[in-house]
Design a protein around this ligand. Structure first.
Ligand SMILES: Nc1ncnc2c1ncn2[C@@H]1O[C@H](COP(=O)(O)OP(=O)(O)OP(=O)(O)O)[C@@H](O)[C@H]1O
Ligand SMILES: [Mg+2]
Length: 337
């Protein structure tokens, strides 16, 4: 059986033709370069990496919601065996998004209509479910209350009649996950979906995502700054650096035994606590800017293990259970968590 999602050699460029100051004859800058990964039914893949490394643009390409001026310039994104998402027109996307692919983001409140009750918005989604006979209003209400309960919301019939502002962040995210899974999608994209929540609530929502994956066979694409989150929920990890995947493999093994110096550095940062606040201090230097990428390894300038060869271009190679973009991947002894 083919994977639910196959991303193959994806390139995404920002600031294309006509954008002032793009500086390269209107070609724009590649913010995502040669990104490949696949997600099987019931599997979860986590994208990690510093701010600006291309995680969100990759998700948005998969969801067909790239910002204005940002375009897919190469590669393929396939849903199931047949459907090439990069070739969909607007009507094609309307039938895929919310049905076969759904998403939850960091700020659930902004994806709900503040002037409609949560239940009404969920019931609407259930009534409009693609392909199935439309439910009556009463049936949709019952199904919505059941789904809210399945999301772990206590007193779901009370929650049904509440407005978004009456719910806590954790409850809102559960409600939004309910809306996302109402169309019975094959793939759920969760970009920093638990980042804004308290640690305890975050753990509950992650547990819900894991449960949905097992129960419904959902394929999950999860983005997080927090390696601990990804380690807990994901089967596989793809580590992004400056728009490229530098290491990809089974989550437990990548963490215990990193093969790329950048992964090793991230693990060291993660062990110190808040990753986002400390990453720039602990890994000296900054990622290269889009449009000023070195010809060789993009991490070389910050890498403690760099040698002369690192100035030459480096592709992905397979080492054991891993794909690694490092000239020295086969021989370096790195420290895991
Ligand atoms: N709308 C946009 N227009 C121009 N450039 C953009 C746009 N969105 C993102 N970029 C650029 O693309 C690169 C990747 O951004 P992206 O949002 O995918 O990073 P990210 O890994 O999700 O970061 P974070 O962890 O902060 O969410 C960055 O250099 C960013 O500045
Ligand atoms: Mg992001």
């Amino acid at each position: 059986m083919s994977p639910v999602l196959t991303v193959e050699g994806l390139h995404v460029a920002v600031g294309g033709a006509g954008t002032a100051g793009s500086g390269r004859g209107g070609a724009g800058h590649e913010a995502v370069r040669d990104v490949s990964f696949a997600i099987e039914r019931g599997e979860s893949v986590g994208l990690v990496g510093e701010s600006g490394s291309g995680k969100t643009l990759t998700c948005r390409a998969v969801l067909g919601v790239l910002p204005p001026g940002v375009t897919v310039t190469g590669g393929g994104i396939h849903l199931g065996a047949d459907l090439d998402l990069t070739r969909l027109d607007r009507r094609g996307w309307d039938s895929v998004r919310g049905n076969r692919i759904a998403a939850v983001f960091q700020d659930p409140a902004s994806y709900l209509n503040p002037s409609l009750t949560v239940g009404r918005q969920l019931a609407e989604q259930l009534r409009l479910k693609g392909g199935l006979p439309r439910l009556s209003r009463a049936q949709a209400r019952t199904a919505a209350v059941d789904l809210l309960a399945a999301m772990g919301l206590r007193r779901p019939s009370v929650v049904y009649d509440q407005y978004p502002h009456e719910l806590s962040g954790g409850m809102l995210q559960r409600a939004l996950i309910a809306i996302a899974v109402a169309g019975e999608p094959e793939l759920l994209v969760a970009d920093e979906a638990t980042t804004a929540l308290d640690t305890a609530v975050q753990a509950e929502v992650l547990e819900l995502l894991r449960h949905l994956r097992e129960e419904r066979g959902l394929a999950l694409l999860l983005v997080s700054h927090d390696l601990a989150v990804v380690a807990e929920v994901c089967d596989r990890i793809a580590v992004f650096y400056a728009g490229e995947i530098v290491e990809q493999g089974p989550a437990a093994q990548v963490i215990a035994n990193p093969r790329h110096p950048y992964t090793e550095a991230l693990l060291r940062v993660a062990s110190l606590g808040d990753w986002r606040r400390r990453d720039l201090e602990v890994i000296p230097g900054r990622p290269p800017e889009p449009g000023a990428m070195p010809a060789g390894c993009r991490f070389a300038a910050r890498c403690a293990h760099a040698v002369e060869a690192c100035a030459t271009p480096v592709g992905l190679s397979t080492v054991d259970d891993r794909q690694v973009r490092c000239h020295r991947a086969a021989t370096l002894e790195l420290v895991g968590a």
